[in-house]
Design a binder for this molecule. Structure first.
Ligand SMILES: [Zn+2]
Length: 81
């Protein structure tokens, strides 16, 4: 399952990908297109950053649920008796 998602840069309006587990409150990274540093902080007035934080949180949750299904779906033949 894909663990990266698109972040939109406020300055150049370009999009780049980053990992959902990295993008959370306190994280910062440079836009690879215009080199502007984006700060990911809760409560920021920057709509793009806000959306990225929400998207990352949703994706992390989805990934966690995906992992859980995989774990509980182990076929019985692998269980030693
Ligand atoms: Zn940019």
């Amino acid at each position: 399952m894909e663990d990266s998602f698109l972040i939109r840069c406020t300055k150049c309006k370009g999009s780049f990908r980053d990992k959902a587990r990295r993008v959370q409150n306190g994280y910062s990274r440079q836009c690879p297109l215009c080199e502007r540093v984006l700060f990911f902080e809760e409560g920021t007035p920057d709509k793009n950053v806000q959306k990225a934080l929400v998207d990352a949180r949703h994706l992390r949750k989805a990934l966690r649920e995906h992992e859980n299904t995989k774990r509980s779906a182990v076929p019985f033949k692998f269980v030693r008796s």
